[in-house]
Design a protein around this ligand. Structure first.
Ligand SMILES: C[S@@+](CC[C@H](N)C(=O)[O-])C[C@H]1O[C@@H](n2cnc3c(N)ncnc32)[C@H](O)[C@@H]1O
Length: 195
């Protein structure tokens, strides 16, 4: 898999699709933090609307055929055709049967900062996450009240704000990261001294 820097050269941000890539150090910190909560290589990790996270994880720890990228932008299918799943939040029930109740860790960066987008994502997540699965959501603090309403019941919630500090290259919005499991507050805490 490409490194995050190579990926950013190959794939420019399409702002019409609300694409704002993470900084390379942050993408790698996110991948390291996810790796630390994966019990083993059979852990199914699904990245929804989070291509940079997928690239960092596969670059550092792959190839792992238990990883999936669910994305609307078909450009990313070339990264790993067998791991790419075409996904449109407007068709939240439209995903392969094989994904049903199969995902151990879902990593989500919703494309739009509103309630409707999160409701649709939650509709998908309720179907693909295992009952003991973990949700990691990276989004703007501006939607936090909505998040707690929508992602309220296991395995989607209740959400706890994580220690991991989210960084984008070209986005000033105030982002944070939330996790749905007991102890999610500690997710990314080993990087605290780097900020
Ligand atoms: C806010 S960006 C998150 C990107 C993340 N910061 C990263 O660096 O990987 C949202 C992602 O959702 C995707 N997206 C846009 N519209 C979508 C749709 N209708 N359904 C699913 N994904 C969509 C975009 O292509 C983009 O990759």
């Amino acid at each position: 898999m490409l490194s995050v820097d190579e990926y950013k050269i190959a794939f420019g941000e399409d702002w019409q699709l609300s694409q704002f890539w993470y900084t390379t150090p942050f993408a790698n910190r996110l991948a390291e933090s996810i790796y630390q909560i994966c019990p083993d290589s059979s852990t199914n990790v699904a990245f929804l609307c989070c291509p940079t996270g997928f690239v960092a994880f596969q670059h550092l720890y792959g190839p792992r055929n238990t990883t999936r990228l669910l994305e609307f932008d078909q450009r990313f299918s070339v990264l790993a055709p067998e791991l790419f799943v075409p996904y449109d939040i407007n068709e939240p029930d439209d995903f392969p049967d094989s994904l049903k109740c199969s995902v151990d860790i879902a990593v989500v960066d919703p494309p739009y900062l509103n309630e409707r987008t999160n409701q649709k994502l939650a509709q998908t997540l309720r179907q693909i996450l295992r009952p003991n699965g973990k949700l990691i959501i990276l989004t703007s603090k501006s939607v936090e009240p909505v998040l707690h309403e929508i992602y309220s019941e296991a395995p989607l919630g209740p959400l706890r704000e994580c220690a991991l500090v989210v960084e984008h290259g070209r986005l000033a919005n105030d982002f944070a990261c939330w996790g749905s499991w007991n102890g999610a507050e500690n997710f990314g805490e080993e990087f605290a001294e780097e900020y």
